[in-house]
Design a protein around this ligand. Structure first.
Ligand code: ADP
Ligand code: MG
Length: 309
């Protein structure tokens, strides 16, 4: 019999979700290893929240199998619930409750033995100390998100599922919450969804990109820039503007575009580097080359090219 791989914290196998007539997820498969921090990236409506609700056992899939720490989500047992911390997209908090009161309630649901000290620990960990006597409704969105994180962490789960944890926060709060997630992520398996590319760069080791219910990329975050697009661009600046027709004749050049600032964009097939040819062109035409650089595709462009269609 094959050995089971217990190092997988999340395993999603051919999951499809159909709402009425709409296929929100289409045979999605991926695995997340214990200890990974994975960004689940996609535009609005891609199927991020749906996947997360299925992983956390809140929503049944139409077909396929999901296991968290080797337990099938359909079991939805106490043991299963203890493994997972979940920050839903619309963090449902009780505005009239006090922070401590709410966290105590959550600790009670998990039947934690050391309720009081655990609540206090969470307040410290999520930086709520200063606000701890307030009602949830009196908190800023950033602080409410911290309460949501405290709620997700209180039972010390192995796996954390965070649905757009920084959406709606101001730039300072975003940095604070990201840092908090990063430090929590040292000890846990984290899957976080976002539609913001920079979020992935800031927090995640790996990124899964979903578009219209299908996975379109699954890579290490630092390898994503290596994904091939259909074209590669070299930007050049000459002292004098050369003849457009001649530029088009440089071997490998597919198209030429002159920008308002005079910089010329030459595009070629993605795997051809035309810089040598451009240099030789300048020499043979007696043109002075002021600058030339091959544009690296940023994560933003890659995301765009993978999710537009
Ligand atoms: P994301 O979180 O990536 O924005 P969702 O998972 O919320 O995407 O939604 C994926 C698709 O499924 C969207 O087209 C959305 O309109 C649809 N959808 C989500 N929830 C429901 C629902 N309860 N009933 C019908 N359609 C839904
Ligand atoms: Mg969503």
């Amino acid at each position: 019999m094959a050995q089971k791989d217990f190092t997988m914290s999340i395993s999603v196998d051919a999951v499809t979700k159909i709402y009425g007539r709409q296929k929100a997820l289409d045979t999605v498969s991926f695995e997340i290893k214990t200890g990974e921090i994975v960004g689940y990236l996609g535009p609005n409506g891609a199927g991020k929240s749906t996947m997360m609700k299925i992983i956390t056992g809140f929503l049944p899939q139409t077909t396929g199998t999901v296991k968290v720490c080797d337990i099938d989500t359909r079991e939805y047992s106490d043991t299963f619930r203890r493994k997972i911390g979940y920050l839903p997209e619309h963090n449902p908090l009780y505005p009239e409750m006090y922070i401590k009161e709410y966290l105590n309630l959550v600790a009670g649901i998990y039947k934690l033995p050391n309720k009081k000290s655990r609540v206090q620990e969470m307040i410290e960990l999520t930086g709520l100390g200063y606000e701890q006597h307030k009602q949830i409704g009196a908190l800023s969105k950033g602080y409410r998100q911290r309460v949501g994180l405290a709620q997700a962490l209180i039972h010390n789960p192995e796996v954390l599922i965070l649905d757009e944890p920084t959406t709606g926060l101001d730039p300072n709060q975003i940095v604070e919450v990201r840092n908090l997630i990063k430090s929590i992520g040292r000890e846990k398996t984290v899957m976080l969804s976002t539609h913001i590319m920079q979020e992935v760069e800031a927090i995640c080791e790996r990124v899964i990109i979903i578009n219209k219910g299908r996975i379109v990329a699954d890579q290490k975050a630092n390898e994503l820039t290596g994904i091939k697009n259909n074209e590669s661009i070299v930007e050049v600046e000459f002292e004098k503007q050369p003849d457009l027709k001649k530029l088009n004749q440089i071997p490998g050049v597919v198209s030429v575009e002159i920008q308002a600032n005079g910089i010329i964009q030459l595009s070629s097939e993605s795997d051809t580097d035309i810089r040598k040819e451009v240099f030789q062109f300048a020499v043979s035409e007696g043109l002075v080359l002021l600058s030339m650089n091959r544009k690296e595709q940023g994560l933003e462009e890659i995301f765009h090219s993978l999710t537009q269609s």
